[in-house]
Design a protein around this ligand. Structure first.
Ligand code: CUA
Length: 453
């Protein structure tokens, strides 16, 4: 009898939970209402079967419970019952699956007026590419992938020259315009998913997958990776900003074409950079060696892409905006001496070419523990030798001043650095350093980094 009551309560509880649950679809932001319909059909059919089977089980337990002297009899075949059960099951499965086939067929077949956009995924971030005026995406090949050509575009293909490159996890799309997505992975299996759009698709190494959608309302929506793709899978996030066409056009125009990125100016001019660096030298030193007394870290030995990104962050107050980051705020104020992106490029080119300087360690700790923590949380992106990796957006940390590293890790942990919505790589650091639970853990890791180089 207890079992009967439990089964009935289970059914009742499940049904009530289904209707009263706060966890339901996020409000739809694309044309894919039909995906919701197919999921709802599945819920209804599996729900009805769940209720019917469990209530029947409760009924059977109640009705046929053990009585003295009563014997069950064996009936292995019942043609009529089998035909009914097979028929109803087949019908239920057909109703569940058939609508999905129609929705899937249209999901991968974009309308003819769809614009194109490419999504490139790699451990652990996203990049996007739009065709330029020719409306055509240029050819790509993994052989061409490098720091100066992260998308791997074929330099000989004229169609690729005007392709617009977005080196950011944040994608913008115009509202009401269908878009055909081409999806590529540069390493392992990823999955580009925007829950509000009800659209997701695997990125499969070695092939290009596709889907399409039309954003139906403006807003900012999360991009998540939905295939377990390594240690920082949970940090492989992004955003889609859906906006009016003219705002989108403005955003798109602010990005370089492939040809722009291959120009000499884009690489920066060290000679112009040297003159600009004169102001920086008063804190960071003539040789870029840093100055602990002035809280200015060493800049010599850092990669140009990292310097450029951080200076641009300071300029746009994506870094150095938090009241807890006094030194960052000082730095952001100093950005007045670098009027634009070209100035940032030039001075970064100059700093990146500075010969490395030696630093004196000031922090000691348990390096064995530090090594364990480093292997768990840092080495997949920054490299086992701490030399950094352009492709994971991880700067070089070996040879850096330890007091600076300690302060930055603490800032990330406390959300003083890296929480700005435009700092997607900083966001990742905030998530990853949560594994360094106390001050000592941070000191141990930094002490271990001192031993690298
Ligand atoms: Cu990429 Cu998970």
């Amino acid at each position: 009898m207890v079992l009967v009551v439990i089964l009935v309560l289970l059914v009742l509880g499940t049904v009530i939970f289904h209707f009263a649950s706060p966890w339901w679809f996020t409000p739809l932001a694309s044309n894919w209402g039909s995906i919701d319909t197919t999921i709802n059909i599945t819920f209804w059919i599996t729900g009805l079967v769940f209720v019917a089977v469990n209530l029947f089980m409760a009924y059977a337990i109640f009705k046929f419970k053990h009585k003295k002297g009563q014997k069950s009899h064996y009936e292995p075949e019942n043609k009529k019952l089998e035909i009914w059960l097979t028929g109803i099951t087949a019908l239920g499965i057909a109703i569940m699956l058939a609508p999905g086939l129609f929705v899937w067929a249209s999901f991968v077949k974009a309308p003819s007026d769809a614009q194109q956009v490419e999504v490139v995924g790699k451990q652990w971030h996203w990049m996007y590419r739009f065709p330029g005026e020719d409306g055509e995406l240029g050819r790509t090949d993994p052989r061409f992938v490098s720091e100066h050509n992260p998308f791997g575009l074929d330099p000989q293909d004229p169609a690729g020259q005007d392709d617009i490159l977005v080196f950011s996890n944040i994608l913008h799309l115009p509202v009401g315009q269908p878009h055909k997505f081409w999806l590529r992975s540069q390493d392992v299996l990823h999955n580009f998913a925007v829950p509000h759009f009800r659209a997701k698709m695997d990125l499969v190494p070695g092939t290009v997958t596709r889907m399409w959608l039309e954003p139906t309302r403006t807003g900012t929506f999360d991009v998540v990776c939905m295939q377990l793709c390594g240690t920082a899978h949970h940090a492989m996030r992004g955003k889609v900003v859906v906006q009016e066409q003219e705002d989108f056009d403005q955003w798109l125009a602010s990005h370089p074409t492939f040809a722009d990125t291959q120009s000499r100016a884009y690489r920066g001019d060290q000679d112009i950079g040297r003159a600009l660096y004169a102001t920086c030298a008063s804190c960071h030193g003539q040789q870029g060696e840093g100055n602990q007394g002035l809280n200015a870290p060493r800049v010599a030995g850092l990669d140009q892409w990292y310097l450029e990104r951080q200076l641009a962050y300071y300029k746009d107050r994506v870094r150095g905006y938090n009241d807890g980051d006094t030194y960052g705020q000082q730095m952001a104020a100093m950005m007045a001496v670098l009027p634009d992106r070209q100035a940032i490029r030039n001075v970064s080119a100059y700093m990146a070419a500075m010969p490395e300087t030696q630093v004196t360690p000031t922090i000691t700790g348990n390096t064995a523990r530090g090594e364990r923590l480093y292997r768990n949380f840092c080495s997949d992106c920054h490299g086992s030798d701490g030399s950094g990796n352009y492709h994971t957006n991880a700067p070089r940390i070996s040879g850096q001043q330890d007091w600076y590293l300690e302060r930055q890790v603490t800032y990330f942990r406390d959300g003083i650095r890296g929480l700005h919505p435009q700092d997607s790589h900083g966001n990742q650091m905030v998530m990853l350093v949560q594994g360094l639970r106390d001050e000592q853990a941070i000191r141990d890791v930094v002490a271990y980094i001192n031993t690298l180089d």
